[in-house]
Design a protein around this ligand. Structure first.
Ligand code: PLP
Length: 434
């Protein structure tokens, strides 16, 4: 591992004191092998590791950094807020501003509450759904990830696909007994489940743009059915927009699909790189929460003033800079640059894209609308491809099931750099895994 000596050393130290050396499993490079790069700093579209290497970053902190790294105005807002104290345990003006910005942007949303992660947002939304319906069952879709809460850690996205585990140890069977799993893209399965258990279902939760097991773009009719059938049976529809919210449009997937959910969850982009999640819906539903209602939910650092300042500034900049039109144009430029490279790929490869999210898909057959598992060969090819790209200074997420992101910091020149590195790396991967 030449050129990664300091990362090597840090990783060995980390493995002694942190399980697997990381604080989130997929960072450990287990699928692709090798030593995770320890990052020293980042700016715009670049990451810099502790060994002095620079990478063009298409991971963007798993989609959180839509403006790129260390955006000067976001950094300034964070600094200003921090100088005034980092936490009060009392309400602040920026919480109101961010809640106003989100409710103004998102269809049907009247109230939101802030938490510190996407996982918490989903846990809390589900509690509200159960409280409001006085029912227990939750329906989720295979391949969708909704954070690591117990009752949702079933058939859940890349971390789990990567480790070939259907579920997680430490989750009581009794929790999972209240969860029903359906395949994506299958109207008949949805109808059948509702015919059987419709009166017991509190909510259906879905990533409207499933992006945790590759990018599994759904048909509008399928999402439409979820809206209709939940309504017919007195169940709620929860759109998990932790990735797609403020990423694919100002109003998230609800705007692009024309579907108004009962509850929506947010994270990633709305925190501008700080730990923020949010969940919300109509006032009548959210009023189930304490102190107005009987549904408890709380957080010592919820609505943290530093995090709120980052979020408020990020959303202001997105609107001011017409971000979504720019990101779509950048996404189209990406398709143009990559098309000839993908056409001449030495092994099966497709590009799946929506707005500024894209997935280099190595799954051999079929339109990728349901969670599928890569062949062993494709997994090895991705690993070779990943390392060849890293060698060339391009940082992709370290799993073939993860989605890549563009930020406003990326330029068309960066896309040409990506295309060139990809052309060379595909040849390397084809040679290494014939
Ligand atoms: C990332 C993600 C989560 C979990 O968010 P964390 O902040 O990692 O807890 C939940 N749902 C979706 C769709 C996500 O992509």
């Amino acid at each position: 591992m030449s050129g990664a000596e300091r990362s090597e050393e840090l990783y060995q130290r980390a493995c002694r004191v942190i399980p697997g050396g990381v604080n989130s499993p997929v960072r450990a490079f287990r699928t692709v092998g090798g030593t995770p790069r320890f990052i020293e700093k980042a700016a715009g579209q670049y990451l810099f590791d502790v060994d002095g290497r620079k990478y063009l970053d298409f991971m963007c902190s798993w989609g959180a950094l839509i403006l790129g790294h260390a955006h000067p105005e976001v950094v300034a807002a964070i600094s200003r807020a921090a100088a005034n104290g980092t936490s009060y345990g009392a309400p602040t003006p920026d919480e109101v501003r961010l809640a106003e910005a989100i409710t103004r942007s998102y269809p049907g949303l009247e109230q939101v509450r802030f938490v510190s992660s996407g996982t918490e947002a989903v846990m809390s939304a589900i509690r509200v759904a159960r409280a409001a319906t006085r029912r227990d069952l939750i329906v989720k879709f295979s391949g969708c990830y909704h954070g690591h809460a117990d009752h949702l850690l079933v058939a859940a996205g890349s971390g789990l696909a990567t480790f070939q585990r259907p579920s997680s140890a430490g989750v009581p069977q009794a929790f999972v007994d209240c969860t029903r799993i359906l395949p994506l893209d299958d109207e008949a399965a949805v109808r059948e489940l509702f015919a059987r258990e419709g009166a017991r279902i509190a909510a259906v939760i879905i990533e409207p743009v499933p992006a945790n097991h590759g990018l599994l773009l759904q048909r509008l009719e399928f999402l439409g059915l979820l809206r209709d059938i939940t309504r017919e049976h007195g169940a709620l529809l929860i759109l998990d927009e932790v990735i797609s919210g403020f990423r694919i449009a100002q109003g998230g997937a609800a705007e692009t699909c024309g579907i108004v959910p009962d509850l929506a969850t947010f994270g990633k982009v709305i925190g501008g790189g700080m730990p923020v999640g949010a969940f919300g819906g109509a006032r009548a539903l959210m009023s189930h929460l304490a102190p107005d209602g009987d549904t408890y939910q709380a957080g010592t650092l919820s609505g943290n003033p530093v995090a709120m300042a980052a979020g408020v500034t990020t959303l202001e900049l997105l609107v001011r800079d017409s971000a979504w039109a720019k990101l779509e144009a950048l996404g189209q430029a990406l398709e143009r640059e990559l098309a000839p490279v993908i056409e001449s790929s030495p092994f099966p490869l497709r590009l799946v894209r929506i707005g500024s999210m894209f997935w280099p898909c190595l799954i051999e057959s079929g339109p990728p609308r349901v969670a599928a598992t890569l062949s062993e060969k494709a997994t090895k090819r991705f690993a070779a491809l990943f390392h060849a790209m890293l060698e060339r200074g391009v940082y992709l997420p370290p799993s073939p099931y993860e989605v890549c992101f563009l930020s406003l910091a990326h330029t068309e020149e960066d896309l040409r750099t990506l295309a060139k590195a990809l052309r060379e790396s595909l040849a390397v991967a084809a040679r290494e895994v014939p």
